[in-house]
Design a protein around this ligand. Sequence first.
Ligand SMILES: C[S@@+](CC[C@H](N)C(=O)[O-])C[C@H]1O[C@@H](n2cnc3c(N)ncnc32)[C@H](O)[C@@H]1O
Length: 316
Amino acid sequence: MVADAARRRARTNLPLYTRPVTTPGSSTNEVGGRTPEARLAAYAGGRFRRVPGFLNEVSAAMLVSIAEAQRRVSIEGPVAEIGVFAGRTTTLLYLLTQAPETVVGVDLFEAGTGAHGHPASSEKAVHATVRRFAGDASRLKTLKCDSGSLDPGALLRLSGGEHFRLFHIDGDHSGAGVQRDLVLALATLAARGVVVTDDVFNPNTPEVFEAVTDFVRETGALVPFATAATKMFLCRPDDAAFYLESVSALGTRFDRRTWHVLGADVSSFRQPARIRHAPGGRPELRGRMLRRARRGLKAARRRVHAVARRLPWQPR
Ligand SMILES: C[S@@+](CC[C@H](N)C(=O)[O-])C[C@H]1O[C@@H](n2cnc3c(N)ncnc32)[C@H](O)[C@@H]1O
């Protein structure tokens, strides 16, 4: 347990707080700490994997880093997500906000939608998930609809008229759908806000890449400042240097490289590569694997004999 906690802390570089608060006998209360910071550290540090969905460690760390940078310079306000699914990212966004900031989530909440044809989630289940990890979900506003049918006014009504400081686009993965969501995001984006587009680098959703790059080239309203996993992080050109600098500290945890993409300096982040050798290429590993397999086989034989000895009849 202690070793696990230490390993988790090293991975996240986030502070380790007091004992987790869980209700005895309840497997659904996973808030993970007394303070909002502790809940965030636990969730971003790995608990997000308990929620079905599409977010990994490096993307989670990026979102944390951006939200922290915004907090440092008093960029406050609601956040939005198109494509909530089961709420893996929504829960992180919730933990990255505080009252009175709202988290607005839009989804069709229907089975078989999206590029992955995944099963249905429901608004009720997403609210329960956020409560499970954040302790409450009172600031979460979900909307079951096609984001293509939304105009900026309809979306802003959910946030009490306030523009979004962080906008995650992960809904319709067609080129036209992503273009529409980008237009909506830009129209509702707060001053100094960030738009995160998922699946730009997913080989199964190539239209997302085309839509995002076309949007950047054609409007010039947003530029990329970072990429991580399948996501591209965008902001207004005037804020690019601020966000590029804000996320640069993640270079101590992840492999960071800097590129020039779509007219902007962009940092890419990824998990440090682990070089794996095929056993055939490492004779000493091959020997070790063979010895382990033989030991396993012997143990299995012993178990079969033990069971056979207890049978009322003797197998031939
Ligand atoms: C890849 S999943 C989202 C994953 C989620 N962001 C996460 O963190 O795990 C895509 C979601 O977008 C939703 N979706 C697809 N097309 C949509 C549309 N036109 N409007 C709203 N939601 C849509 C799907 O129902 C699905 O739940």
